[in-house]
Design a protein around this ligand. Structure first.
Ligand code: ADP
Ligand code: MG
Length: 319
């Protein structure tokens, strides 16, 4: 299968988004959008760094990278519209492996009526996939990290640490209670697009998605907003089955594990009931995990018996 045969195979027969004027097949795609703000994000997945044969089948690879991108759109308050895929394929890769990656992408993209509108195909030494997503949000309604206000409450959706636990089980060939749940959370995360859409009537809500762990994400919010955040250790939501792991593992995974693609945010307490109602509507969990304050010296603190600084760890490339 050469480059052109691949493009022919992955090209959609029809497109869903009415803003699209020209999809795959020319030098570039063309869209027309006159009223909304456009939101763009990109994520790269490298074999051996983000996944390997042990942790993900090819359709998971595709699903996971598009999910991560959609999660960034969700954290901006945007609705997903389009995606583009740049792929570096080693020569020894089977056609079906590559096509399965695209199947996984299509699986999650179709949930959101997203169209694949372009990309680039090259051969190289290792499998590298870069996905660019585009979404839209009503004018001036994008959600940012820098808007946290004093006394806001800090909340998070879902449960934390699952994806890291799933990765641990995959890498160590472990079978434990509810292992499929954890593995599925690692391979097929669910971005919180609808939940964030439900928050529209709230004037100011500060959002970030949990890709590197809440320690890192809450640092980003605190730093961008020039405030500090206190996280209440006893309120951090974890799955009951996570408690079968050592307390070191639980702590590591819930604060620094990442890739859960939940949403962490802050809102004034007066808006908290609205946030809770959105979670009820979407049948997901949302938990108050802390508050925004002004302490000296550190951006994020953790409170169990005492208050102490939480280090800003999480996975950092190029360290
Ligand atoms: P050009 O040489 O003009 O850059 P290409 O031959 O690379 O164009 O691509 C032709 C069309 O196929 C373009 O619309 C491009 O966006 C799309 N395309 C190429 N590779 C991919 C890919 N891996 N996934 C999705 N679309 C692709
Ligand atoms: Mg061209």
């Amino acid at each position: 299968m050469d480059e052109f045969q691949l493009i022919e195979k992955i090209k959609q027969k029809t497109y869903k988004q009415s803003a699209l004027i020209k999809g795959i097949g020319d030098d570039a795609a063309v869209i027309r959008e006159s009223t909304d703000d456009i939101v763009i994000a990109k994520d790269t997945f490298v074999e051996g760094i983000h996944f390997n044969e042990k942790t993900m089948a090819p359709d998971h690879v595709g699903y996971r990278i598009v999910a991560a991108n959609i999660s960034d759109l969700a954290a901006m308050g945007a609705i997903p519209l389009f995606y583009l895929v740049s792929i570096v394929i080693p020569n020894h890769y089977e056609n079906n492996y590559v096509l399965s990656i695209y199947d996984g992408m299509k699986d999650i993209a179709s949930i959101y009526n997203m169209d694949l509108i372009g990309g680039d195909t090259v051969s190289g030494n290792e499998l590298v996939i870069t996905v660019t997503v585009m979404g839209k949000v009503a004018k001036n309604k994008a959600r940012y990290r820098h808007t946290a206000q004093l006394n806001d409450i800090v909340f998070v959706t879902g449960k934390l640490g699952d994806s890291a636990a799933g990765l641990h089980l995959l890498l160590n060939d472990k079978n434990v209670e509810n292992d499929h749940y954890f593995i599925n959370r690692h391979q097929m995360p669910q971005p919180r697009v609808q939940f964030v859409q439900g928050l529209q009537e709230i004037e100011t809500v500060t959002l970030n998605d949990v890709s590197d762990g809440i320690a890192s994400e809450s640092h980003e919010i605190a730093k961008a907003s020039d405030k500090s955040i206190v996280l209440l250790d006893y309120n951090i939501p974890i799955h009951n089955s996570l408690k079968q792991f050592s307390s070191e593992q639980q702590t590591k995974w819930k604060y620094f594990g990442g890739e859960d693609f939940e949403i962490i945010g802050t809102v004034p307490r007066s808006d908290w009931p609205l946030v809770q109602q959105c979670a009820v509507n979407e049948k997901i969990k949302v938990t108050e995990i802390g508050y925004v304050t002004e302490l000296k010296d550190y951006f994020v603190y953790i409170k169990d018996k005492n208050i102490k600084p939480l280090r800003n760890k999480g996975y950092t490339h190029l360290k």
